[in-house]
Write a protein that binds this ligand. Structure first.
Ligand code: F6P
Length: 324
């Protein structure tokens, strides 16, 4: 292997730049060429390439987003799109690819690798933490800290006005952000996609905590919660069914995806980037670089995207006990 390309794809995540940097620097360390691909798989189809050297990635470890840009490419979902991408890789003398992203990114990478026997290694980067075979994905820790900081601020105003706040956090299919930030920020209730506690039980629990002397409350609601109501409908329902509180809604949205990565994410990105280049040099393909008890592990790409629910169930119990 002499020339490794690197791209970021799907929803961006803090730490992506640090991962690109580690890939580029590892290539430089091992005297390999490195090629940056702009705009994810779309850039691969359009040959939007730029050679990167160790100095191209200066001052990037601390920056949020991805300087290579990202996209969700519809064309890459077609075999013709992937063929164009493959041909561009070959005609630019690229012989391996590192893809940084979440499950959509790995699905595309796995197909490209299998169809054209092209070496591909993935680095898990998504604030959702919903990838199998790794304790953490890049960006998750930073997003959690952003969310907790935001909820701390909401708590100040909630408690000044004796209000109930519903705070929506990201996570279409995974409740990791909601459950962990909810515990970290001391939320009274946490609604996650993995389970539906039912609105009746929610109201009952809110009444109980009000009776126990609470004057304000915070409910963290994951974007994909299964109550069957969106956060505004949920707020209305609570308002209609209990008059103990004045209610407000706050949707945190994309601030959760931005910002300078935490030190944890920077170190994780550095380990994973080096791990990806070394795996390719060892002849590995169709794998993801995961972290298991601080050690770099290789996980089959198909296993990584299996979509199993890896939420730590113990956290639900802890949340219930500490919010009493
Ligand atoms: O997968 C990351 C994520 O931020 C999810 O939590 C969220 O549901 C989704 O991306 C939002 O995607 P977009 O930025 O395309 O609206």
């Amino acid at each position: 292997i002499q020339n490794i390309a690197v791209l970021t794809s799907g929803g961006d995540a803090p730490g992506m730049n640090a991962a690109i940097r580690a890939v580029v620097r590892a290539c430089s360390f091992y005297n390999l060429k490195c090629t940056g691909v702009y705009r994810g798989y779309q850039g691969l189809i359009e040959a939007d390439f730029e050679p990167l050297d160790a100095r191209s990635v200066r001052n990037t470890i601390n920056r949020g987003g991805t300087f290579l840009k990202s996209s969700r490419s519809e064309e890459f979902k077609t075999k013709e799109g992937r063929k164009k991408a493959y041909e561009n890789l070959i005609s630019n003398n690229i012989d391996a690819l590192v893809v940084i992203g979440g499950d959509g990114t790995f699905t595309g990478g796995q197909l490209l690798s299998k169809e054209f026997k092209f070496p591909i290694v993935g680095i898990p980067a998504t604030i959702d933490n919903d990838i199998n075979g790794t304790d953490f994905t890049l960006g998750y820790d930073t997003a959690l800290n952003t969310v907790v900081e935001a909820i701390d601020k909401i708590r100040d105003t909630a408690s000044s006005h004796n209000r109930l706040f519903l705070v929506e956090v990201m996570g279409r299919d995974a409740g990791d952000i909601a459950l962990n930030s909810g515990i970290g920020a001391g939320a009274e209730e946490i609604l996650i996609p993995e389970e539906n506690m039912g609105v009746e039980r929610l109201i009952e629990s809110l009444r109980k905590s009000k009776k126990s002397g609470k004057t304000s409350s915070i409910i963290v609601v994951a974007e994909g919660d299964k109550s069957g109501k969106n956060i505004f409908e949920l707020a209305q329902y609570i308002e209609e069914n209990m008059d103990e509180y004045e209610i407000r809604v706050s949707v945190l949205g994309h601030i959760q995806r931005g910002g300078s990565p935490s030190c944890f994410d920077r170190v994780l990105a550095s380990k994973m980037g080096v791990g990806a280049v070394e795996a390719l040099m060892d002849g590995k393909t169709e794998i993801m670089i995961g972290i298991d008890h601080q050690k770099v592990v290789h996980v089959d790409l198909l296993t990584a995207i299996k979509g199993e629910d890896k939420l730590d169930k113990e956290l639900r119990r802890v949340a219930d006990i500490t919010s009493v």
